[in-house]
Write a protein that binds this ligand. Structure first.
Ligand SMILES: Cc1cc2nc3c(=O)[nH]c(=O)nc-3n(C[C@H](O)[C@H](O)[C@H](O)COP(=O)(O)O)c2cc1C
Length: 334
């Protein structure tokens, strides 16, 4: 069996397969199952400040309504019933870290800079091996510029880096005018790794009932092309580790990510589709492909198809797109 081990965020991982943040990594039994199946590391489900704010708000509403109903009833409750804030999540992360042997990466998503820093400090105290800043941001404000949002994220990254000693990575969406420049700036600000890219939650519309629906957001075949493209453009041009994410559904997709230049990759959808034991299949299939090609380690082929290592520079250029359009008749046998 070839050597699948890698270095990610300064941690030694036995293979490049990381279970990305999701409901499967929000629960100890499934985390233990992932470890048993061979996952090299897990990213815990994110601690969302917005979720805590919502829960706090609901609790306040409940205690207020009790006070309004009957002062006798409300007197049974302590005067200042308070939401525990992130405590419950932190306690759970601590227990998870104690229960598994593989590295545990904690994920946070906050609103204010203070909360980003506070959460990072608290997370570090749980003993996790690294942090992933989930810069999940969906634009809703017509008055905010992209430059303003980017500057804020880089400022948060710098503040978190200053506050903790463990490695800090960032998980990005692809909604930037130029993700390459943002990643370059985050690299310079000390991001130990970049996860490309998060999958954004998208609601749908039911035309019968004319209302929004919330479908379970899983990736589709081919969704890995965008991460591969950006990984391929970044490989060799930044110091930060590149972790591919979105649309890695089988060993072929995994190999494509490494060929593009990824150090490792995160999987979620394929584990929902094929169960956690599928991690074993991924490991076996990547190993078999490497044997067939005569590769002893991932470094032997990592980045072979990155832009930097290609003789045909047009592959990553718009010219190739123009070429495809000009030749579309031939391609479609018209
Ligand atoms: C049910 C579910 C919950 C998720 N929760 C989180 C989360 O808490 N934090 C996060 O950064 N990403 C979260 N994600 C996104 C995944 O980590 C991952 O980035 C995305 O699903 C793309 O990978 P995939 O194509 O392998 O599914 C979630 C995804 C799913 C399907």
């Amino acid at each position: 069996m070839p050597d699948l081990s890698i270095q990610y965020l300064g941690l030694t991982l036995k293979n490049p397969i990381i279970v990305g943040a999701c409901k499967l990594t929000a629960d100890l039994p499934t985390i233990l199952e992932a470890e048993k199946a061979g996952a090299a590391a897990i990213v815990c489900a994110s601690l969302f400040e917005e979720q805590i704010q919502l829960e706090q708000y609901k609790l306040e509403l409940e205690t207020q309504s009790l006070a309004n109903v009957d002062s006798e009833i409300s007197s049974f409750f302590p005067e200042n019933v308070r939401h525990s804030g992130p405590e419950q999540h932190l306690m759970w992360v601590r227990k998870t870290k104690e229960a598994v042997k593989i590295p545990v990466i904690a994920s946070i998503n906050a609103v204010s800079k203070e909360a980003w820093v506070d959460y990072a400090i608290s997370m570090e105290k749980t003993g996790v091996d690294a942090l992933e800043l989930n810069f999940y941001y969906t634009p809703r404000d017509l008055n905010r510029s992209g430059a303003d949002i980017e500057a804020e994220q880089i400022d948060i990254l710098k503040a978190v880096k200053k506050a903790v000693k463990i490695p800090v990575s960032v998980k990005l969406s692809f909604f930037y005018s130029n993700p390459l420049n943002v990643i370059k700036q985050m690299d310079e600000a000390g991001a130990a790794g970049v996860v490309l890219f998060n999958r954004l939650f998208e609601s749908d519309i039911d035309v019968t009932d004319q209302k929004h629906t919330k479908p379970f957001n899983l990736s589709n075949e081919g969704d890995n092309k965008l991460p591969n493209r950006f990984v391929g453009l970044l490989h060799g041009n930044v110091k930060t580790d590149l972790c591919a994410n979105t649309g890695i559904l089988n060993s072929r997709d995994a190999i494509k990510a490494i060929l593009s230049g990824a150090t490792c990759f995160q999987v979620v959808t394929t584990l929902y589709l094929h169960k956690l034991s599928y991690i074993g299949n991924l490991i076996a299939d990547i190993g078999a492909w490497m044997d067939q090609k005569g590769y002893a380690s991932l470094a032997d082929f990592r980045g072979n198809l990155a832009q930097k290592n290609l003789a045909d520079k047009l592959v990553y250029k718009r010219a190739q797109y123009v070429d495809l359009i000009l030749n579309s008749d031939k391609l479609m046998n018209l």
